[in-house]
Ligand binder design. Sequence first.
Ligand code: HEC
Ligand code: HEC
Length: 381
Amino acid sequence: MKTNLLLLSAFAILALSSCIKDKEEKIVKNYSDEDYAKLAKALDLPSETYDYTLDLPTHLGGFPVSVDNHQATLGRVLFYDKRLSVNKQVNCASCHHADKAFTDGEQFSKGVTTERTSRNTLALGSFPSFNAYYGFGGTRMFWDNRAASVMEQSEQTMKNPVEMGIKDLSDVVDELLQEDYYQILFEKAFPGQDWLSNEEKMLQALQSFVSSIGCFNTKYDQALASTGNPDANFSSFTQEENLGKQLFATNCISCHNLGAGFATTIVAANNGLDTDYEDQGIGAISNQSTDNGVFKVPMLRNIELTAPYMHDGRFATLEEVVEHYSTGVKNHPNLHENLRVGGQPKKLNLNDGEKAALVAFLHTLTDAESLVQVRYSDPFK
Ligand code: HEC
Ligand code: HEC
């Protein structure tokens, strides 16, 4: 069933995409000169739109993933617009910085009040393609998987009193639509689609923009693309990185998928951070004790850029994360079986060389350049 769905989606995407193959940022579709003059007063946008298609390389499926370019363009503007918050000082990018794989380097983030968020910001740039990961498998968002889509996530974040503090989303859109440039961007993104409310259009556009984020130009991907075999030693890797890759394959990959990730990932697990959790994660939503201390299994591309780590940002460095898996795994009743041996917490007891090798391997998953492309950046002049 899942495979059929996947194939179907892949075909739909193939049919929709215009088969653009270049890696360069591409530009498609026109604005009228008059419209463009209005846009250009406030926004640094190209006179046509960027192409937000991601061409996944063969080892990640080998097909293009598209979003609507005009929706993504509108979404980009909204992502950087501080009028999306009650005090007009916080935008999505306040907590999601492109150069940190769309995290903010904080343990807990500051929104519209002096209070901080109760969880660590999730990276939006940890996927080969955000869309491929979330679009196909029905995988859910947030550390406790409480949102089914970016539309739901964005509505919750905008209404959250600590994050953006908006009471009524329609007030926000009404204000935005007083700008002639927003009128143009909304009309381009949703031509004649009057059955959608303006709030729905705003949320859909944010979803199209976030969904377009992806990165696969890592040292790991380059090596895998040329070797074709993830288990072989990579000639472009150092000995240490190859040792780390092997340790990762034995101990980590069963939960942290490195593929496009829409088939076999374990989406949520308890990884033994505590014996008794302050934040119960999925358990607080489902009220099932078997979900206590269970959190999303994060994807690890660009993990080097997204410190601090875990749902509560408790680990400042990747060395501390590796130490956790080496000696620190706690015997929580819900500790996942992949982290148990004979019913007891599995402690890898790595030596110093092995710890360093795992960290070195995690550094091969970095693709900082894809994230700082202009089409993901702040367009306001
Ligand atoms: C005040 C900081 C803050 C702001 C502002 C903010 N976020 Fe987030 N974002 C977070 C935190 C913290 C999480 C994780 C929260 C949780 O899991 O409970 C998160 C999670 C997410 C996720 C889930 C990712 C995943 O893989 O599950 C998405 C998508 C997202 N944010 C997009 C946005 C968008 C779009 C906006 C603007 C409408 C936005 N964020 C504004 C802090 C923020
Ligand atoms: C049982 C599945 C499982 C296994 C096996 C596993 N992890 Fe995790 N990992 C998780 C979960 C779940 C989280 C998030 C836990 C939380 O925040 O409460 C996580 C979080 C992480 C994070 C932090 C991610 C972030 O964005 O903050 C890193 C890094 C990490 N794991 C690396 C590893 C490495 C390296 C190994 C192998 C030594 C490994 N994991 C093995 C499930 C697993």
